[in-house]
Design a binder for this molecule. Structure first.
Ligand SMILES: [Zn+2]
Length: 417
């Protein structure tokens, strides 16, 4: 009786009442089973049109998993009715606590998905003695609900980013909203081709696209092309994060070549385990790392030259006026093209080619945060790392929406966890 009282406090279903409760074996384990009955004279709802129709017949009893109570699994037990709808024929009635053939109740799915945000999916499955697949279905349900019910109001700044997944064998294009105070993952799609980003704009819709003011992206040609076509009014900015990433990729390439040469010549590999010294900003290094960097700088290495060129370029971001910044850029490009560092020369040529878009950064200065895309990119990578067991791209996309989408959840009378 007490359980019924409590259930009525946390969750009530119109046209249904809680019946008797008992403890019985479910899949070989003792569980709490709570009967549900339709209210007298209530008529079932057709799942197609949502209208109340007459009862056709009753189906066998089914169990619907509810939130565990004192670590006992709990189930609703109910015999669904079939409706006879003049429009849609004979159908199993629509229920307010679960959907279709799903064995979990809505509340239990939301419960699991909340835990799956705090813990890994595997830990969530272990704690609640369920399967990884069950946790996945719960998260997917909540994400699908959120995507269908979220608002796209006020999206005026977005960032387009790509991340390598499955050890770099595949790419995922991510579109973030980067408005101050409203940063979230808006969209994700496999690959990084023209048609990938076209799909985003198609789903986002022309009305929303017309409201975009700033779009941050990297120099990837397919992205630039689609942005120019689908949001010509927006200022396309090649932002600091994406540009500096190109520098780091170039330094890494030079370093790898140099290590290969050391090996071929039988020389000592002075760059071993020094990768991060070169990729991090000097102000982010520890004292010991700074000393290590000092030692490296004394050597006449191509990697070090690349490193110094990147640090030299950092001054670019401190300019206030686009014209001065532009002059600095031209000088830097000229100096770099006179060196023999091919990967750096490639960066220089890219910067020269996209100079107007790079300078857009200064036009948007103060209006767009340099850290927004970077922060979301970092979070996406963390989600991937936490994502042990995400074997498919679809699965990974759901995890990313779940963690970064700031999606609305179904609302309940009671907050369970
Ligand atoms: Zn109907």
């Amino acid at each position: 009786m007490l359980i019924k009282t409590l259930l009525n406090k946390v969750e009530r279903f119109k046209s249904f009442v809680y019946g008797s409760t008992c403890v019985k074996l479910v899949d070989g384990v003792e569980a709490l089973v709570i009967d549900i009955e339709p209210r007298r004279n209530s008529r079932p709802i057709c799942p197609e049109c949502g209208k109340r129709r007459t009862v056709y017949d009753h189906q066998p009893e089914r169990l619907f998993e509810y939130l565990p109570i004192w670590s006992f699994k709990a189930y609703f037990r109910y015999a669904p009715r079939r409706v006879k709808c003049p429009e849609h024929g004979v159908k199993v009635e629509s229920l307010p606590w679960a959907y279709g053939k799903e064995r979990m109740t809505f509340s239990y799915q939301v419960f699991l998905s909340r835990w799956a945000k705090r813990l890994s999916w595997k830990e969530t499955a272990d704690i609640f003695e369920t399967s990884w697949d069950t946790v996945f279905r719960a998260v997917k349900f909540v994400v699908d609900y959120g995507l269908a019910h979220r608002s796209l109001e006020g999206v005026t700044e977005i960032g387009v980013d790509e991340i390598a997944v499955f050890k770099g064998h595949k790419y995922l294009t991510l579109v973030y909203q980067v408005n101050a105070g409203a940063r979230r993952l808006l969209w994700s799609g496999p690959e990084r081709r023209v048609k990938t980003l076209l799909r985003f704009f198609h789903e986002f819709g022309p009305e929303n696209s017309a409201k975009l003011q700033f779009i941050c992206s990297d120099m990837w040609a397919p992205y630039l092309k689609v942005i120019a076509r689908k949001a010509p009014q927006a200022l396309n900015i090649l932002d600091r994060f994406h540009i500096m990433r190109k520098f780091n990729e170039a330094i890494d390439e030079i370093r790898r070549d140099e290590v290969k040469q050391f090996k071929a010549n039988g020389q000592e590999n002075v760059l071993e385990r020094k990768r991060w010294l070169l990729l991090k900003r000097p102000e982010n290094l520890s004292e010991k790392q700074t000393a290590g960097l000092g030692e490296l700088l004394k050597l006449n290495l191509a990697s070090i030259k690349g490193y110094l060129m990147r640090e030299d370029f950092q001054r670019f971001w401190e300019y206030q006026r686009p014209d001065f910044a532009g002059k600095f850029l031209d000088n830097w490009v000229t100096r770099t093209l006179q060196t023999d560092l091919e990967p750096m020369k490639k960066v220089a040529k890219m910067l020269r080619k996209h100079k107007p878009l790079v300078l857009n950064w200064f036009k948007a200065k103060g209006e767009i945060s340099s850290g927004a895309v970077e922060g979301l990119n970092l979070k996406a990578k963390l989600t991937m790392r936490k994502a042990f067991g995400f074997r498919t791209l679809k699965c990974l996309q759901i995890a990313l929406y779940h963690e970064l989408g700031k999606l609305p959840e179904p609302e309940y009378l009671h907050r369970f966890c």
